[in-house]
Design a binder for this molecule. Structure first.
Ligand SMILES: *[C@@H]1O[C@H](CO)[C@@H](O)[C@H](O)[C@H]1NC(C)=O
Length: 222
């Protein structure tokens, strides 16, 4: 009984979410191991919004947000394509390219993407600018494995050093519904917004593998 209680406490401890406000994940080297696994609050989605901030100096392709399911490794993937100023969004294995303006290196960028299965439309908001809305279709995303820093070619693994992310990522939120344009604007402007109900940067359940650091965001001096 005492053993069981201890086990329950340990499990609760391991699962206790952290408030990462003012912090960022630093991915300081190119490896096929460094990654952060994010535990989602729910496991069946018919709509998704993901927002995050990131900075990198990579010019090759790299994953910004990799969600795999047992059925499809690219369940919901935000991917910087090797083509200049193109971000690829893959939902349920179907890939859509978005032309963005100025995916500059060594600059913090905000990326939000939305999808819902009812309309089958995806949209990308890059630095607060909405793309056109494109059709991808798709059915529910279930039992997700979400990873930052690496691109999953299999469920929870299959990392490729040539697709890994180096740089910093912060403010990751995921909702199981579509945020309105005004709510997205509030996120982009760092105003008060409704935090993600699936992934919440202020109460994040995660597990770090390899060399990834939690550091304070480097803000400009006043
Ligand atoms: C799809 O997801 C929605 C929202 O979670 C749920 O209400 C619905 O039952 C799901 N449909 C299937 C076929 O799993």
């Amino acid at each position: 009984m005492a053993c069981l209680l201890l086990l329950m406490m340990l499990t609760a401890c391991a699962a206790s979410p952290q408030d990462l406000s003012g912090k960022m994940f630093t991915f300081p080297e190119e490896t096929k191991t460094a990654n952060v696994r994010l535990m989602t609050a729910s496991r069946n989605f018919d709509a998704v919004t993901v927002c995050l901030r990131s900075i990198t100096d990579l010019s090759r392709n790299h994953a910004l947000f990799s969600l795999a399911t047992k059925f499809v490794s690219n369940g919901f993937l935000i991917f910087k394509s090797p083509t200049e100023d193109v971000i690829t969004l893959i939902v349920n294995g179907k890939s859509i390219n978005f032309e963005v303006q100025d995916y500059k290196r060594n600059v913090w960028h905000t990326t939000c993407s939305t999808w819902d299965s009812a309309s089958g439309l995806v949209q990308l908001w890059f630095d607060g600018k909405p793309s056109i809305r494109k059709f991808t279709g798709g059915s529910n995303i279930t039992e997700p494995s979400v990873i930052l820093g690496q691109e999953q070619d299999t469920f929870g693994g299959g990392f490729d050093v040539k697709q890994c992310f180096t740089g910093m990522i912060s403010n990751v939120h995921m909702w199981d519904y579509i945020l309105s344009p005004c709510e997205i604007q509030r996120y982009v402007d760092n105003l008060n917004f409704t935090p993600g109900n699936v992934l919440n940067w202020r109460a994040l359940n995660f597990q770090i593998g390899g060399r990834v650091l939690i550091e304070h965001e480097q803000l400009p001096c006043l």
